[in-house]
Write a protein that binds this ligand. Structure first.
Ligand code: SF4
Length: 347
């Protein structure tokens, strides 16, 4: 049996930055209570690890005592939440991914120019709730082409669409095509809103899964980009399963004739969960490990300004504390075997 590790997989620059924000506050202020509004990233293991370190996750700012530090998660928040934090005199640290902030800025700009915004995404996802909140009177959420006839359009020449950063590229294109058919003059954003990490991880799965019998995605069920990876694999052919960790493996998936398993991870899934699964397959199924490089990533985000100010106010120098986006180093001890490169031909 071969385990094919997709590259890229796992943490993106936004997730690394958000996790780093919480880690650094815990480091500089170990005795202060730390609150995070919503899950810092959508991964059960990351959240549980922070809970074990004393972090309190809340879904309502009223749960944060006045004057305390509150971190806003990578998915972003609406201006109403920012205002509520201000009124409650909370010390806000914003760990919103800069690529989500970019979509917020676009929503503000287009709303100021009098556009109605058609926001493509999942209406209950925190990112969409936050972006919607920038211009609630001018924004409507479109989850599928079936929503288009229900839209209230004032002027078809003053429409723009924006997208959630973690959508399936294929699903988004279907909706965009349907929007363009319904509203030929709809304005397109100057660049794609679906982020580089989502696009690259999906492209890797799309390519490699064609050569595999089974696809395993490491990630939590509420992680939009992880769910999309699983759907893409299943749409292409091999069955795809989303699991939180090695305990989610089901032997019946690979009982007979399974030769190649693609293993990947959503943008919020830590690599140690992937290495546990590799180790399991090496130890129990005599598997060999292979890496299929599809895209190289070198993006990193600096610490948010609000955290730099907090660090300075407590006498810490933030200059050396950059986030490093490094490819995981595969060691025999951690993964059970050394992985060898595998070339997957583009069709
Ligand atoms: S998936 Fe994309 S938008 Fe979301 S945190 Fe990562 S880089 Fe940012």
């Amino acid at each position: 049996m071969q385990i094919i590790l997709a590259n890229p997989r796992g943490f993106c620059a936004g997730v690394r930055m958000a996790i780093d924000v919480v880690d650094q506050i815990l480091d500089i202020l170990p005795d202060q209570p730390l609150y995070v509004y919503h899950e810092i990233v959508h991964n059960r293991h990351i959240v549980d690890r922070f809970v074990d370190q004393g972090v309190v996750f809340v879904d309502d700012l009223d749960e944060v005592p006045t004057g305390n530090i509150v971190v806003f998660s990578a998915h972003g928040i609406s201006p109403a939440i920012r205002q509520q934090a201000k009124e409650r005199n909370l010390k806000s640290i914003d760990a919103t991914c800069p690529l989500v902030t970019k979509v917020h800025s676009r929503a503000i700009r287009y709303a100021n120019q009098g556009f109605q915004i058609l926001l493509i995404g999942h209406k209950d996802h925190q990112e969409i709730v936050g972006t919607f909140g920038e211009a609630p009177n001018q924004t409507q959420v479109v989850e599928s082409p079936a929503d288009i006839p229900k839209l209230t359009i004032n002027d078809p020449n003053k429409l723009v669409y924006l997208t959630q950063t973690t959508l399936s590229v294929d699903d988004a294109n279907l909706i965009i095509t349907a929007l363009k058919e319904a509203f030929p003059n709809i304005k397109e954003p100057p660049t794609e809103d679906i982020c580089y990490a989502t696009t690259n991880r999906q492209a890797a799965v799309r390519l490699i899964s064609q050569e595999c019998d089974l696809v395993i995605v490491v990630g939590s069920k509420n992680s939009s980009n992880s769910v999309r990876l699983t759907e893409i694999a299943t749409n292409i052919g091999p069955p795809g399963y989303l699991i939180d960790d090695v305990s989610g493996l089901d032997q019946s998936w690979y009982a007979k004739g399974t030769e190649r398993i693609l293993l990947t991870a959503g943008a919020s899934a830590p690599e140690d969960l992937v290495s546990d699964i590799c180790k399991h397959f090496v130890e129990h199924h005599n598997a060999t490990l292979h890496i299929a490089d599809v895209y190289e990533e070198s993006i990193e985000f600096g610490l948010p300004l609000s955290l730099k100010r907090l660090m300075e106010s407590h006498g810490f120098d933030h200059k050396d504390r950059r986030v490093l986006v490094e490819a995981p180093v595969i060691t025999k001890d951690e993964y059970g075997a050394i992985a060898v490169p595998l070339t997957i031909a583009r069709k």
